[in-house]
Design a protein around this ligand. Structure first.
Ligand SMILES: [Zn+2]
Ligand SMILES: [Zn+2]
Length: 96
């Protein structure tokens, strides 16, 4: 439940999210950038960690599937801004 998670987050005063891809619990601490979902238009909590996003996007770029550069949230699927992709994937991969 998104609302419960938001509530708990406020109560605890810290940000821990569980990556839905690798199931790791990530403590974002006070870092607001790390807490953000992949796109500015996302209206959901952070759900995938940077490592998983990086893997996803690198595989998509290497496979020439640029249409797969989207938010991994199943109900969101918004396109990821180029700047964000550039931050995540390695430089050699981005240039392809
Ligand atoms: Zn992950
Ligand atoms: Zn999203």
């Amino acid at each position: 439940m998104v609302h419960t998670r938001l509530f708990l987050r406020l109560v605890r005063g810290r940000t821990v999210y569980e990556c839905t891809i690798c199931c790791d619990k990530k403590d974002a601490g006070a870092d607001l950038v790390i807490q953000q979902p992949p796109t500015l238009e996302c209206n959901h909590d952070r759900e995938a960690c940077d490592d998983c996003l990086k893997n996803m996007f690198e595989v998509a770029i290497q496979g020439g599937r640029l249409q797969d550069l989207i938010c991994p949230d199943t109900e969101c699927k918004r396109p990821i801004p180029k700047g964000r992709i550039k931050q995540l994937v390695s430089e050699t991969c981005y240039k392809q």
